[in-house]
Ligand binder design. Structure first.
Ligand SMILES: Nc1ncnc2c1ncn2[C@@H]1O[C@H](COP(=O)(O)OP(=O)(O)O)[C@@H](O)[C@H]1O
Ligand SMILES: [Mg+2]
Length: 341
């Protein structure tokens, strides 16, 4: 299947904090490696989950995907074209077709405009419908996100968090995007409201044939909503596979640890496991080799020396782990000696 949006070897670095004393001592400014060698594809009509702990680079990746950040290295391609090369109307079309939904929808709503006026503006700027049809389209959009028609005359601050996120989604839908990149869209909401918004996204994804990139630190939401999942650790993707398969038999020790820590779905039963032992290292000084090795229970000496590639192995989804590779190689040797399938 041809990918709609791809990233190839994406790297993004930010200047780290530098005190005056460091500056006077001539200490070089530290560099935050927010993304390092991120390659993935977003396929038409799918919901791709991106999951990882806070600070692992999810939002940076989201911003690169929609063209809000220009990566230091690597490329983002939309329908095969490097988005850095897009100019004029082609660039505008990209920015219309790839929309972002933020954790805080205030980011995309003008607090001084009524909801109806905000939606009407988006429709007019991008000439989505003739001017005479705008009021009806505004009503359609509110209806799609299950808000009452009267919401058009009210202002963003008059709504609850969940309703405001519905407005943020309506704003993104107004310009008829092909892809929505939703960056922790429910993280600020109560659990009951989270479920409603996630269900709404799922409903829209199916009914409109949207492609959705859903970014979260909550694996339960990933399981409910996504077809495939990319697990990130310190600026890299460590595992990328079909959601059901990854949940059933994750191969990366980091993914396995995250899954063990998901609160059980049985009411009243909570997981006792801490997600991963040890602290998340600073992206200012990521450990050499596999960045996860200091926290990994399966680490071997070579893990500290070699950065594992996120490589596709025959019959397996990509995992960036030397030890998982070894296990896969071992099992496929057995498989070739006793052919099956
Ligand atoms: N604009 C920026 N300037 C400097 N550092 C940044 C900037 N944006 C993100 N970072 C750093 O990059 C790393 C990844 O951040 P982010 O992408 O926001 O992670 P996540 O969304 O997974 O929490 C963090 O260490 C963060 O402090
Ligand atoms: Mg973030």
């Amino acid at each position: 299947m041809t990918a709609l949006l791809t990233t190839t070897d994406l790297a993004m670095r930010f200047p780290g904090r530098h005190g005056l004393t460091d500056l006077l001592r001539g200490i070089p400014r530290p560099v935050v490696r927010a993304l390092d060698g991120v390659s993935l594809d977003v396929r038409p009509g799918e919901t791709l989950g991106i999951v990882g702990e806070s600070g692992c680079g999810k939002s940076t990746l989201a911003r690169c995907l929609v063209g809000l950040h220009r990566p230091n290295a690597g490329a983002v391609r939309y329908q095969g074209t490097d988005i850095a090369t897009l100019r004029g109307s082609a660039r505008q079309a990209f920015h219309r077709q790839v929309q972002m939904v933020f954790q805080d929808p205030y980011g995309s709503l003008n607090p001084l405009m009524s909801v109806g006026a905000s939606l009407a503006e988006a429709l007019a700027v991008h000439r989505i419908v003739p001017p005479a049809d705008i009021p009806r389209r505004v009503q359609d959009l509110l209806d799609r996100v299950h808000l009452p028609a009267t919401a058009a005359n009210r202002y963003p601050h008059e709504f609850s968090g969940g309703q405001r996120q519905r407005i943020g989604i309506a704003r993104a839908l107004a310009v008829e995007p092909k892809i929505i990149v939703a960056d922790e869209p429910v993280s600020a909401l109560d659990v009951s409201v989270q479920a409603q918004i996630v269900n709404l996204l799922q409903e829209l994804q199916t009914s409109l044939g949207l492609t959705l990139v859903f970014i979260t630190h909550d694996l339960r939401l990933v399981r409910h909503l996504t077809h495939r999942v990319a697990v990130m650790y310190l600026g890299r993707i460590v595992e990328l596979g079909p959601t059901e398969d990854v949940f059933a038999s994750a191969r990366h020790p980091y993914t396995q640890a995250l899954l063990r820590a998901v609160p059980r779905l049985v009411p009243g039963q909570r997981s006792r496991d801490v997600a991963v032992r040890g602290e998340l290292p600073s992206p200012l000084a990521p450990p050499p080799g596999c960045a996860f090795h200091p926290r990994c229970q399966r680490a071997e000496p070579d893990c500290a020396a070699t950065v594992p590639a996120l490589a596709l192995r025959e019959g397996h989804w990509p995992v960036a782990c030397l030890q998982a590779d070894r296990a896969i190689a071992h099992s496929s040797t057995i498989a070739t000696s006793t052919p099956s399938v």
